[in-house]
Design a protein around this ligand. Structure first.
Ligand code: SF4
Ligand code: SF4
Length: 60
């Protein structure tokens, strides 16, 4: 069971995580990244590593 947390206070809406995730977990809503397809997450942690704001946490 994977949980993904996006800190909306930190997220600048750069969309980098949307472009990075290989299985399209993220969508933009109102200028913030929202993990909508968490069940598809591969726990590769690419999104976590690339977020320039450190806003993403992938928790197993
Ligand atoms: S990479 Fe980080 S700052 Fe950019 S949209 Fe995703 S969560 Fe927000
Ligand atoms: S850990 Fe990998 S598969 Fe999961 S949301 Fe992040 S980039 Fe996508």
């Amino acid at each position: 069971m994977v949980e993904i947390k996006v800190d909306v206070e930190k997220c600048t809406g750069c969309e980098s995580c949307v472009d990075t995730c290989p299985v399209s977990v993220y969508e933009m809503k109102d200028g913030k990244s929202v993990p909508v397809n968490v069940e598809d997450c591969l726990v590769c942690r690419a999104c976590e590593m690339q977020c320039p704001e450190g806003a993403i946490q992938v928790i197993e």
